[in-house]
Design a protein around this ligand. Structure first.
Ligand code: B12
Length: 213
């Protein structure tokens, strides 16, 4: 099967919520030499966009989101070790979490895997986390980067609460504060006083590298 066929079939398998087939196709894609990022961005994410659109149009239900999320969890278990292999280590620590009120965790884990792969030491504090948890972890681990994932529209303003908590703790100027999540924009980034936002994990990595250099 060609690379394009593999990715197309993988997308179809996720859209059909056929986890067994999706996981088998991920193995095949890795064996065929496709990178985890190609698999994620060209196979899995288009499927999630289709399911998300269906949810918007009421042709898909919350149960479909749950099942798609479960497939993504299993997919990340396969892809993460490949993404992390060969990390050399920059010494910089990144604390990342999903903001309070939001339980989406796939995007955060992709960002964590990409930064780990690029050599950062990533501390993932989990989902639905209050600002105090970001501050506590940043202090404990002497973080250079703090990342907040806010996927849900109504939770995006919470990124400002985290900025304020970092200011209050006296560590805002010591960390690079980055945000991301479905539909994140520069406007949100400015509103919540983050240093940068990333549409994708790789865009975020490029921005962080540029800002830290
Ligand atoms: C799977 C899924 C779920 C699963 C999540 C399972 C899990 N383990 O995470 C479950 C079932 C729990 C879920 C629940 C809900 N969901 Co949902 N969900 C999705 C879905 C289909 C895929 C999300 C996903 O995993 N994407 C794949 C990852 C890789 O992409 P990503 O999250 O965007 O992350 C990338 C970037 O955004 C960025 N990024 C992300 N985080 C960060 C952080 C930093 C620091 C940086 C730099 C970058 C960055 O980099 C990532 C990698 O490139 C999306 C639709 C979609 N198209 O995304 C809807 C979607 C996000 N959900 C939506 C909704 C409405 C809900 C519910 C409210 C539904 C309901 N009525 O109950 C609940 C909310 C629960 C809660 N309190 O959080 C809406 C949000 C719309 C909005 N404007 O807010 C979406 C967009 C669907 C839609 N079109 O309506 N959902």
């Amino acid at each position: 099967m060609s690379k394009d066929q593999l990715l197309e079939q993988l997308c179809d398998a996720v859209v059909d919520i056929d986890d067994e087939r999706a996981l088998k196709l991920i193995d095949e894609a890795l064996e065929a030499g496709l990178s985890p990022i190609e698999i994620l961005t060209e196979g899995l994410q288009p499927a999630l966009a289709i399911i998300g659109d269906g949810f918007d149009k009421h042709t898909r239900f919350t149960s479909d989101l749950v099942l798609a999320g479960e497939i993504m969890t299993e997919a990340m278990e396969k892809l993460r070790p490949v993404m992390e292999a060969g990390a050399t280590g920059t010494g910089d620590v990144m604390v990342i979490g999903t903001v309070e009120g939001d339980i989406h965790n796939v995007g955060k884990r992709v960002v964590a895997a990409v930064f780990t792969g690029a050599g950062y030491q990533v501390i993932d504090i989990g989902e639905n986390q209050p600002a105090s948890a970001f501050v506590k972890a940043a202090q404990e681990h002497n973080a250079r980067i703090v990342g907040a994932s806010a996927i849900l529209g109504p939770q995006k303003p919470y990124c400002k609460v985290i900025h304020e908590a970092l200011v209050e703790a006296g560590i805002r100027d010591k960390v690079l504060y980055i945000i991301g999540g479905w539909g994140m924009t520069q406007e949100w980034c400015d509103l919540v006083h983050a240093d940068a936002y990333g549409d994708t994990a790789f865009e975020a990595l490029d921005k962080v590298k540029a800002l830290l250099s």
